[in-house]
Design a protein. Structure first.
Length: 392
């Protein structure tokens, strides 16, 4: 075992955490899986490698088996996209997944309301507040319901829960927008996979890269519009937007409307090897999201020596050190100006690239897995202390 796995093993044994259950909306194999699902997977596989039995309970994946063994942990994928919020808790309460020593709830928009039914040590991963995202993805009535659950119904129930988020800026939003107490929210940054490293040659033409699901919250339409402006200044510039999703047709229509077909491409999903190559070839990575818990694609690019120009939002304010590893921008005009600046100034780009690479070196999934387990172990010890006091 590695030293990181040894530390996890010792931490789990001391806290009595032998078998853990994680409940989440989607599995890593879901076509709409993103950063939240990758985060859960990277933690689960490291806990499992340390000898902890881990079961992940999610909604079903079309065409895939209900149960799958993945990297030593078991994923149970049952129930529809919305039914899972009722069936997963029911399975745990009725013992259908066996006994558990601890619970991790992943609150991805809609919570599982674990404070109402879980009587074991638990933590809740809450990557970011969804806020206006509800209006972006749901019809008005459902959007209003989702927003009310997140902002008014759920927060009072979680006031005594241990929350784990990805960044200090996301923590501040959780406190400010949801009314949580600062001391109940722990910050555990995400890691960067070891496959993301510098290498190869940059594209001969200035290349702006963006990576993510093609969904409204990523606001890739803003990037396409920004590239149309930038192209008028720098006709040699190219842009590649990697990913797949519901916004593809709208982005393709916008690209055609702006006459950007020749320099903005949408290649869809790339293999892991192809993605690393894309990060390495890019001159700069652009991130235009309106909500992020961190900005994992920014850190992946940084690990390949590529700086970022990103929207100034919670999450990005931690993954990008403004003026050092890239730039944070508050408008499309500023996005265009900063991209232009990075492209034309070789010395600036080199300085940003080196700082971004150094920053990414601090982010490991081993540290993420340990930080998350420490939060859960703390809850286990707190509950044990409470039981001891009651017995006296």
């Amino acid at each position: 075992m590695t030293a990181a796995a040894d530390r996890l093993t010792a931490l789990a044994e001391e806290a009595g955490l032998r078998r853990l259950v994680m409940v989440a909306w989607r599995d890593l194999a879901d076509p709409e899986a993103g950063g939240s699902e990758l985060h859960a997977h990277e933690i689960a596989r490291r806990w499992a490698a340390a000898g902890i039995e881990v079961v992940l309970r999610t909604s079903s994946v079309h065409g895939e088996p209900v149960v799958v063994e993945r990297d030593r942990y078991r994923s149970i994928r049952r129930s529809g996209r919305y039914q899972v919020f009722a069936t997963a808790p029911a399975d745990l309460v009725r013992g259908r997944m066996g006994e558990a020593d601890g619970l991790v709830e992943i609150w991805n928009g809609m919570p599982f309301f674990s404070p109402l039914w879980a009587r074991l040590p638990r933590v809740t991963f809450l990557h970011h507040v969804h806020a206006e995202m509800w209006q972006m993805v749901l019809p008005p009535r459902l959007a209003a319901l989702g927003s009310a659950v997140e902002s008014r119904l759920a927060p009072p129930l979680y006031r005594r829960s241990r929350l784990v988020t990805l960044s200090e800026s996301s923590r501040r939003e959780i406190v400010d927008l949801l009314g949580m107490r600062p001391e109940q929210v722990s910050v555990v940054p995400p890691g960067v996979d070891a496959c993301y490293t510098p290498g190869g040659a940059k594209s001969p033409r200035p290349l702006v890269l963006a990576v993510g699901r093609l969904v409204p919250v990523k606001r890739f339409d803003r990037l396409v519009a920004a590239m149309a402006e930038l192209h008028r200044r720098r006709p040699e510039v190219e842009c590649v937007i990697v990913g797949e999703g519901s916004e593809r047709h709208r982005l393709e229509a916008l690209r055609h409307e702006l006459g950007a077909d020749g320099y903005v491409s949408l290649p869809g999903r790339l293999s892991a090897t192809e993605l690393v190559e894309a990060y390495r070839r890019a001159w700069v990575v652009a991130a235009t999201s309106v909500r992020e818990g961190w900005g994992m694609t920014v850190s992946e690019a940084a690990a390949c020596g590529t700086p970022a120009v990103a929207s100034s939002i919670a999450g990005h304010r931690d993954s990008v050190v403004d003026g050092q590893t890239g730039f944070l921008v508050a408008s499309r005009a500023e996005m265009v100006d900063r991209l232009d600046e990075v492209i034309v100034d070789d010395g600036l780009r080199e300085r940003l690239s080196k700082a971004a690479l150094d920053r990414a070196g601090d982010l490991t999934w081993d540290a993420t897995a340990e930080g998350a387990l420490e939060a859960l172990a703390g809850e286990a010890q707190r509950m044990r202390s409470g039981w001891s006091r009651r017995r006296r």
